[in-house]
Design a protein around this ligand. Structure first.
Ligand SMILES: [Zn+2]
Length: 479
């Protein structure tokens, strides 16, 4: 019901803002709650979680005449910086770190409730510069199609608003609390023409700074002359990018982070590997940054952990292991890769910053060999995880996942299961299932390195009943 912003409700929101209250009835109803203020976002942890972090406790969205307003209720005022980006049309608000104690579903639009939050698939349905009429894509309020909020980098938070049509920022400011009210962040938006929006978006692209990669790399690359192989564990999504979400409040970023921590702890405990996590807290990390972390750490293996969702097929379930390929093995793999590749857009980044495809024969040979090893590990992994986890009916697939594109690091993406499947969801939330499955993945890593590392058990039969997807190059490279 949160989308039906009725006149009375709208008046109450507008009246609650001094500059909008002139000419509006003094009657003050309860401001509309876009979502329950129930906190499902864990409080920030780590060094950034100082006591003075500003708390956002609620959010309201409304439209009046030609103006769309978004208001966050805050514990103290903050200094916002806002800009727009095109393709898809978005508005980004950068803030100092804010602890959002708000249901992450508060900003979802009608279509989003069953699918991934945003992306090109949704954007394609939105005719640019025209009012949205399609019943399937209903803006949340006015020009706002949907919005997300969360941590972006250390000490930084972000709000990303998907625009239903080109819009300009009329006002953005943070007001201190007065007259018994708390502080607020108020954003007013109005429609604009395509040409003006394009100009603003070009400026926004220059403002869109990526997280400072050097700091991250310095913190994650193990030092010294340790010769143990580096295994990089990549918990998908994080921070403002929540990933997939099922009907419940379970978020992919949380499920995969818990799993990744368990896996990393097991690998570390074996003392056979140097283990690097691409994120060790609830923070946004871009896809290209994840690849860079793996490459600069000299990774011998990269395992990206995800969980998928399907809006219309609750019967589809089980774990799937993906490798990278230029051509998707099937339509489902292509869909999953397209969704996962939207992570940067979800975090408010501009453009794609992939590893350059160099047409060099040595580069090509390296990449082919890397892909062959990726397939070996994918098959090994499937052989082990089927001991405790249920597999998808077609458990080994391939598609153009950007996070798997390091040309010199064998990489796989493990989709643990589907948040849209009740069976999978029960397992994904189970501590016992997580520990057993993480143990299986850990044994698959041992198997992958067996023979190359002294003291590791060897000779376990690898599942051979799973055909390699197209474009594997296995036969050409492995001798
Ligand atoms: Zn994912």
């Amino acid at each position: 019901m949160r989308r039906s912003v009725g006149a009375a409700v709208l008046l109450s929101i507008l009246a609650a803002t001094p500059s909008f209250s002139a000419g509006v009835s003094a009657r003050r109803a309860q401001p509309v709650q876009v979502a329950a203020a129930e906190s499902v976002v864990p409080a920030a942890s780590g060094p950034a979680a100082a006591l003075d972090v500003v708390i956002a406790s609620d959010v309201h969205a409304a439209q009046a005449n030609d103006m769309t307003r978004l208001v966050f209720d805050l514990s103290a005022s903050v200094a916002p910086r806002a800009f727009v980006l095109a393709d898809p049309n978005r508005l980004i608000i950068d803030l100092p770190e804010v602890n959002f104690q708000i249901d992450p579903s508060a900003g979802r639009s009608a279509v989003d409730t069953a699918k991934k939050p945003v992306g090109k698939a949704a954007a394609r349905n939105l005719p640019k510069g025209k009012p949205v009429e399609a019943a399937s894509v209903k803006p949340l309020a006015g020009v706002i199609s949907s919005f997300r909020f969360g941590r972006f980098a250390a000490g930084k938070s972000r709000v990303v608003i998907e625009l239903a049509e080109p819009a300009r920022i009329v006002r953005i400011e943070s007001e201190d609390g007065k007259d018994g009210q708390g502080a607020r962040l108020v954003l007013d938006l109005a429609r604009t023409d395509i040409a003006s929006f394009a100009l603003s978006a070009a400026e926004g692209a220059r403002l869109s700074l990526k997280p400072r990669e050097e700091e991250k790399l310095a913190a994650t690359v193990p030092a010294g002359n340790d010769v143990r192989p580096v295994v990089v564990i990549d918990p998908g999504h994080g921070g403002i990018d929540v990933g997939a979400h099922g009907a419940s409040s379970t978020l992919e970023k949380t499920i995969v982070f818990d799993f990744a921590k368990s896996l990393a702890a097991r690998l570390k405990a074996s003392d056979r590997y140097r283990v690097v996590m691409t994120r060790d807290e609830d923070i946004f990390v871009s896809l290209s940054e994840r690849v860079k972390i793996a490459r600069s750490a000299g990774a011998a293996l990269f395992v990206s952990i995800h969980a998928d969702t399907l809006s219309d097929a609750a019967s589809v379930s089980g774990a799937t292991v993906y490798t990278v390929s230029d051509k998707a093995s099937d339509a489902e793999a292509a869909r999953v890769a397209e969704n996962e590749n939207m992570a940067d857009a979800a975090g408010g980044l501009d453009g794609v910053d992939d590893v350059t495809d160099v047409s060099d024969i040595l580069f090509d040979l390296t990449r082919r060999e890397t892909r062959a090893y990726s397939h070996v590990f994918a098959r090994t992994l499937i052989g082990y995880i089927k001991e405790h986890a249920r597999l998808n009916k077609n458990p080994q697939r391939a598609a153009g996942f950007r996070v798997l594109k390091a040309p010199d690091v064998p990489s796989v993406l493990l989709e643990l299961g589907y948040l849209s499947s009740e069976r999978d969801l029960t397992q994904l939330r189970s501590l016992e299932w997580r520990e057993k499955t993480a143990a299986s993945v850990s044994r698959a890593v041992d198997e992958f390195f067996a023979g190359r590392l002294p003291g590791l058990p060897t000779g376990r039969a690898v599942a051979t009943d799973v055909p390699a997807p197209p474009d594997s190059g296995v036969a050409r490279v492995i001798h």
